[in-house]
Design a binder for this molecule. Structure first.
Ligand SMILES: [Zn+2]
Length: 176
């Protein structure tokens, strides 16, 4: 419960509803409509735990929109398409415990790097196998139409061999 008397100035604290500006990971974000208590004397605002979570959620949503990051529902859908638990998805992405829980809850937004990694896992599901350490057997095709069978640690050797075989340098995938 928020106090009835302001601990800062001793003024009267009243129920209010309106915009709240929060500092969120170094950025100042204004959330338009938050139930809170405000001191009539000094203007200090007080948020209860539910309002703090709602404010965090709105601020995180704002940053996600601004940066074009995946939405909580999209993260959930990617994870469920893999059949992973939240804990297993956290291990796969090498993020801390409860991080995916917070992303899906919407109270925290993901880094651009984690966002890209999740999109990669969504679009190329075999990437989840690579990240989780399972053997990869897939085919890489370059623009010249050359295909090389790729088998995890042997991939570089195979690509080089194919490159030599074709004796051409214009394919960046094979030249790399
Ligand atoms: Zn006050």
């Amino acid at each position: 419960m928020a106090p009835k008397t302001c601990p800062v100035c001793g003024g009267l604290v009243k129920e209010s509803r309106g915009p709240i500006t929060v500092e969120f990971r170094g950025e100042r974000i204004t959330v338009p409509d938050v139930q809170h208590r405000r001191c009539e004397g000094c203007g200090e605002t007080f948020l209860n735990p539910a309002a703090i979570e709602a404010t965090q959620r709105a601020a995180a949503a704002h940053v996600r929109r601004l940066r074009g990051l995946l939405q909580p529902g999209e993260i959930l859908a990617i994870r469920e398409s893999l059949g992973y638990s939240q804990a297993r998805f956290e291990k796969l992405l090498r993020v801390g415990q409860k991080t995916v829980v917070r992303w899906e809850k919407g109270t925290v937004f993901q880094s651009a790097t984690a966002d890209q990694l999740m999109r990669l896992v969504r679009d190329v599901p075999a990437v989840a196998d690579v990240l989780s350490g399972r053997r990869l057997k897939t085919t890489v095709t370059c623009h010249a139409g050359t295909a090389a069978n790729v088998l995890d640690e042997d991939w570089q050797e195979e690509l080089t061999a194919t490159s030599r075989m074709r004796d051409q340098d214009e394919c960046p995938a094979l030249a790399a």
